[in-house]
Design a protein around this ligand. Structure first.
Ligand code: PLP
Length: 377
């Protein structure tokens, strides 16, 4: 077992700097060869201690609201001269002037929002999010093209591109390969191509799993180059997942084991609190050295230390029986984890460590009772 796994206090997230840099190198290569810009979508990953590294490779970041935009401004745009983008389904009047001050690109959900705020957009380049009404995946909760979607403007609602709009934005993919993007671009061109002569940029959103080993990067590069050359605008991608995919872990300690029809283990990591996408997406995170149920000799159902009956991470098999004090390492836990966790049931937030490339382990942050109490009154 690696040294750091026994050294950390659990529960904790460990960011793997080497893996993060490897992802960033892939993204930088795509940027260079495709001639596009790539932004970090902070919604997925906002461990700002690593923004100096990210800023070396990417063009900036994007936000879903004022707070993420502020973080991107303070930790990346301002210190490293990178771009700061934002999209929000509806802007709040009292926040807009601050947003306009710190963002280079502001994407509006429809023409009405644009008309409402355009005079206060300062020097920002304004765009409109479009809904190509072309679903390429089955996860309803992650499909902005589903019926009655509130995200983006359909072509029926965008007969004219308002004066002053410089860009279009679509985000319809989720953990997908390059082909669904190609199909989407065809559909976007069919419906919105009549505006392409008037825009300076097209933002193709996130959901591109670019750093996954089987991702067809050559197809992505070819498609972006072709689109850019054909229409002459700048292309942006704003992946979240792909930036920190497989670049972090959630480390937990087994607190107790017992049997109730099967082996049960209680861990100090909770699906509901520390890896909410396990229940929401839902998905099954891998555990280092463990297998599918019954693949190895000892199968356990792992669950968190909360009162929620459904706080179950999943069933896993191990070579040895688990016992109190054992450490388990959940893989691929840098994304949609740290920025999405909560203190439900009074659970402590996991500490955050950085495993540096030189093997050094740095404790970035610890949380305690105060973090629970200050969110309540
Ligand atoms: C969620 C989101 C992203 C990032 O998506 P990933 O699946 O993490 O790559 C990018 N842009 C917008 C508008 C989003 O909502």
């Amino acid at each position: 077992m690696s040294d750091w796994i026994t050294k950390v206090k659990t529960p904790c997230y460990v960011i793997d700097e080497r893996r993060l840099r490897e992802n960033l190198e892939i993204l930088a290569d795509v940027k260079k060869r495709a001639g596009c810009k790539i932004l970090l979508a902070q919604k997925a990953y906002s461990a700002f201690a690593t923004y100096p590294l990210i800023a070396k490779y990417l063009d900036g970041c994007t936000a879903s609201g004022l707070y993420e935009a502020r973080l991107g401004y303070e930790e990346m745009a301002k210190p490293f001269g990178r771009e700061n983008h934002i999209f929000s389904p509806a802007y709040r009047d009292e926040e807009f002037d601050e947003i306009a001050k710190i963002c280079n690109h502001i994407v509006f959900n429809n023409a009405r929002q644009y008309e409402k705020f355009k005079d206060r957009a300062a020097g920002a380049s304004c765009g409109i999010r479009i809904n190509p009404e072309y679903s390429t995946q089955e996860h309803g909760i992650y499909d902005p093209c589903s019926e009655f979607s509130r995200l983006g403007t359909t072509i029926a609602n965008l007969t004219e591109l308002p004066e002053g709009v410089e860009g279009l934005h679509f985000h319809t993919l989720c953990e997908q390969n390059a082909e669904p993007l190609c199909e989407t671009i065809v559909e976007v061109t069919k419906k919105f191509g009549k505006f392409f002569g008037r825009i300076k940029w097209l933002n193709m959103g996130g959901g591109h799993h670019i750093t996954r080993p089987d991702y067809d990067r050559e197809l992505l590069i070819e498609e972006i180059r072709f689109t850019k050359e054909q229409f002459g605008f700048e292309v942006y991608l704003e992946p979240g997942e792909a930036v920190a995919l497989n670049a972090g872990y959630l480390v937990t300690t087994v607190l107790d084991t017992f049997r109730n029809g099967m082996n049960i283990a209680i861990t100090d990591a909770s699906a509901a609190c520390h890896a909410p996408d396990v229940l929401e997406m839902p998905y099954r995170p891998n555990i280092r050295g463990a297998g599918m149920p019954n693949e190895k000799q000892f199968t356990y159902r792992l669950g968190g230390n909360t009162c929620l009956a459904g706080d179950i991470i999943g069933d896993y098999s191990f070579d040895k029986a688990l016992s109190e004090g054992d450490r388990l390492v959940f893989e691929d836990m840098a994304i949609y984890s740290m920025c999405k966790n909560n203190t439900f049931n009074g659970m402590a937030l996991p500490s955050i460590y950085l495993l540096r490339e030189n093997g050094e382990l740095a404790l970035l942050k610890e949380f305690g009772y105060e973090n629970f109490k200050t969110r309540l009154s």
